[in-house]
Design a protein around this ligand. Structure first.
Ligand code: TXA
Ligand code: MG
Length: 332
């Protein structure tokens, strides 16, 4: 990986100012970025992703100072969350300022804001703000085609979007590997709309109590909440660890080759399936998950079999993404 040069950053700023798109690394996943204050640029994002235009986007900012250009009536608790977790994998939903384009918010009266914790993203955001002024923000959904697995390397972005994006800034593999935690601070009490690396336990330490989690499926409010999301094209099953050997034996008799993702090593002999062992801790597992699903999707297996993750809150974000991947995966 060659880190972006000064000339790359300059080109990225020029593209953004011209309403064009730039793929940017963040600590969670790669984003497909455009000038958030420019509705034509935002329309390009939806077109490149093949995403319905009523889905709101997250606006990425260089720092806290920019928040009140975008949001109004920011509650004290939101400032505390920013203090603790920004730059980092946390998105806050706040009441929007009147000028914020409907194109970004999907016509809602709220806006999603985040200061990402990746040096390349931060450098680009700072340079863009210097060039475009204090309202500068980069709207960026994950840089995948709609409904597919989010990219965690620059190569994944090229595979997903190819010619649709004129510049991909390479920031190496994403440190976190799954999308940011989303907390809605526009209501009376903060509510988690999407679990992520920052867990309810982390949030509790700041909020003083465990936040409610509301990951409704099917509602357009959070597009990641559509059941069919983050999905490979190969059919996929979640199977409990104790049922895995029987399940695979039955599949073998039927002749189909499975790709297995599990935190455990493969059984000793006679395994005719592709077995990929993932880290046994949720942080390491999240880091590797999308790359592993993508690799399995390319491996030509008939079925991707994922061992059901532990029912522990520390695994909530992973369980959430796996459920959605199963719902959106190809059919057998
Ligand atoms: O980690 C991330 O959040 C990545 C990186 C690139 O920052 N971005 C990302 O974007 O995952 P996307 O568009 O794939 O998911 C953003 C989620 C969507 O589910 C969207 O509905 C929700 O944020 N969202 C954005 N603005 C919102 C709003 N005003 N109210 C409710 N949900 C909102
Ligand atoms: Mg996405």
């Amino acid at each position: 990986m060659t880190p972006p040069s000064a000339a790359d950053f300059q080109r990225a700023v020029e593209l953004l100012r011209a309403g064009e798109l730039v793929a940017i690394p963040t600590e969670t996943v790669y984003g497909l970025g455009g000038d958030a204050a420019n509705p034509a640029a935002v329309a390009r994002i939806f077109a490149a992703k093949g995403r319905p235009a009523d889905h709101p986007l997250i606006v990425h900012l260089a720092g806290h100072d920019a928040v009140e250009h975008w949001a109004e009536g920011v509650p004290e608790i939101a400032w505390e969350l920013m203090e603790t977790f920004w730059p980092g994998p946390l998105t806050l939903i706040l009441k929007k300022q009147g000028w914020v384009p409907d194109a970004v918010t999907g016509g809602q009266d709220t806006v999603g804001l985040r200061v990402p914790g990746h040096p390349v993203a931060l450098e680009l955001l700072r340079r863009f703000a210097t060039a475009a002024g204090p309202r500068a923000g980069i709207a960026a959904p994950s840089a995948n085609r709609f409904g597919r697995i989010s990219p965690t390397t620059a190569a994944h972005v090229a595979e997903e979007l190819g010619e649709r994006v004129p510049l991909i800034l390479d920031g190496g593999p994403c440190r976190v590997g799954i999308e940011s935690t989303i907390v809605d601070c526009s209501r009376d009490q903060p509510v988690v709309l999407r679990p992520g690396h920052i867990s309810p336990l982390h949030l509790e330490a700041v909020l003083g109590r465990r936040p409610a989690i509301e990951t409704a499926t099917g509602a357009p409010r959070v597009s990641g909440s559509l059941a069919a999301h983050y999905a490979p094209q190969t059919p996929m099953h979640l199977v409990a660890g104790d049922r895995l050997p029987d399940f695979l034996a039955t599949r073998r008799q039927r002749g189909g080759r499975c790709g297995v993702l599990s935190p455990n090593p493969p059984p000793p002999a006679g395994m005719r399936h592709d077995w990929r062992q993932l880290p046994a801790d949720p942080v390491g597992y999240a880091h590797d998950l999308y790359g592993a699903l993508r690799a399995m999707d390319h491996a030509g297996v008939a079925l991707i079999v994922v061992e059901t993750p532990p029912a522990d809150p520390a695994w909530a974000a992973i369980a959430d993404r796996l459920r959605r991947a199963v719902a959106g995966a190809g059919r057998e």
